[in-house]
Design a protein around this ligand. Sequence first.
Ligand SMILES: [Zn+2]
Length: 231
Amino acid sequence: MLPKYQLKFKTFELPSGKNIDLTRMTIKIKKELLLLSEQEENKLKIIEKLVKECSNKDTSINKLSLADVFFAFFQIIILSEGNEFEFKFKCLECGKENEEIKINLTEALKVKEFTGKNLQKIDEDLYIQFQPLNFYDYMKIKEKYSTIVERKYYELLYSIKAIKYEGKVFKDFSIKEIEEFIDSLPSDLYELILLKYEEVRDKVYIDYILKCKFCNKEFKLYVEDIDDFFV
Ligand SMILES: [Zn+2]
């Protein structure tokens, strides 16, 4: 009987601070993913499957944050396909089509760690404690809401772990309860909460300078919705 090829695992530290063991994708998984990408509208499901298949069996994806899953996805791609990603873009300056521009994924990938573990001061009476946005909560939000305003609003709601109001701490509330509370706030306070959330949240994103081969003009490539861009 032929031996079984033993995949080696490599340990990575995730944006949330947890560790994960990842390995390269096999041909079997690659075929399954290609098939899935033809039938499946929701690109997050493809990312979910890839991370599930190429991580250590003990990994529970339901405990990972969105940034964790995006980060793991990138590392599997780099382990499996290498660092170079080919990309096409049309230059806004000279109008020419740049074919096969190479993006160095390790350089392009930026990671922001979560820094909101403690209660954050919003104003004299209101403090909020955040938590990293769970991958499956993000999936739910993206399926249900189509506008950016709605998505940002629910991403924030799902990322609130505790509230301290007039000296009293509240935890373990439902999404409906937190929604009612947030909706009752004056709009300037809501803006402050959004700013604070943006400051402390964990995030994996692409930030890269593309250069036109024809006129040398540089463009910034900035992507947060990894699922829409890379799958
Ligand atoms: Zn150009």
